[in-house]
Design a protein around this ligand. Structure first.
Ligand code: ADP
Ligand code: MG
Length: 260
């Protein structure tokens, strides 16, 4: 069952970058996939996530969500299916951590926005799952970038969607928390069948935790498939312009990026 299908997508921003367009993108995303979206800066990764979540509309082609054109869903309906963890900007309105995570419940609240006991329970549980329950009363600007990033991940978890999209969720995290987040996402993926697409520059984390991989290059989807087939020494050289050494183990592999 496909949760998302991009069909013959072309996209260009109205203003700004005349040189950039996403072209001829065809991408099926199966329910339960855990995918790493990779590619150099400016290759179109964030734009692709915006297309998948209906934030921007393609110039050509269609995005189907669960077999139906995404433009036929309301924003609230999409928010019950897809949660989005943005690339952190570091400059947010000073909501408390608890309030930020409660926003994940807004697609389910009634007209008056009254939160029920169940919503509060879900928010508590989500805060616990990312390990920041103790920070719930703090303002989002009063905690570290990594902690804020975990608050946005908790918000996505509280949203209880079939799919979570993450834009470089580990850019502010220390190594321990980077691994913890990828592990947590894997647990969700395996226990709840949550479909996950995460943009990441860390090829080793992708190799260790993700099932599938996508490489974008200059607006083109150049590789897509099982992570082990996508991350090869040849592809890493071709699209990331670095030499690497891949060591394959029984059911996993590690990548050493060579400094020269
Ligand atoms: P990536 O996430 O892979 O770094 P992006 O999808 O953010 O790449 O950006 C791809 C290209 O689109 C870049 O050249 C960027 O400058 C441009 N771009 C991104 N957002 C906008 C926007 N809102 N308006 C105009 N151009 C944009
Ligand atoms: Mg980006």
């Amino acid at each position: 069952m496909k949760i998302i299908e991009l069909k013959d997508i072309s996209f260009q921003y109205q203003s700004g970058s005349e040189n950039f367009s996403l072209d001829d993108i065809n991408l099926p995303v199966k329910k339960g996939d855990y995918t790493s979206l990779m590619g150099p800066n400016g290759s179109g990764k964030s734009t692709l996530l915006k297309l998948i979540s209906g934030v921007v509309q393609p110039n050509l082609g269609v995005v189907n969500l669960l077999g139906k054109n995404i433009t036929h869903y309301s924003r609230k309906e999409i928010a019950r299916k897809i949660a989005f963890v943005p690339q952190s900007t570091g400059n947010a309105y000073p909501f408390s951590v608890f309030e930020i995570v409660m926003m994940g419940r807004s697609p389910y609240l009634n007209l008056w926005g009254n939160e029920k006991k169940e919503d509060i329970e879900i928010v508590r549980e989500s805060l616990n799952q990312v390990g920041i329950y103790h920070l719930r009363e703090k303002g989002i600007n009063e905690i570290s970038g990594g902690e804020a990033q975990r608050a946005y991940i908790a918000r996505a978890i509280a949203q209880k969607t079939e799919m979570i999209l993450l834009d470089e969720p580990n850019s502010h995290l220390d190594i321990e928390h980077q691994i913890a987040i990828f592990k947590l996402l894997k647990e969700f993926n395996e226990s709840a069948g949550t479909t996950i697409i995460t943009i990441s520059h860390d090829l080793n984390l992708a190799a260790s935790f993700c099932k599938k991989g996508i490489i974008l290059n200059q607006g083109a989807l150049v590789k897509e498939g099982m992570i082990g087939e996508v991350l090869t020494e040849e592809n890493i050289k071709m699209y990331f312009n670095v030499n690497s050494k891949i060591e394959r183990h029984k059911s996993s592999f590690t990548i050493s990026i060579l400094a020269s």
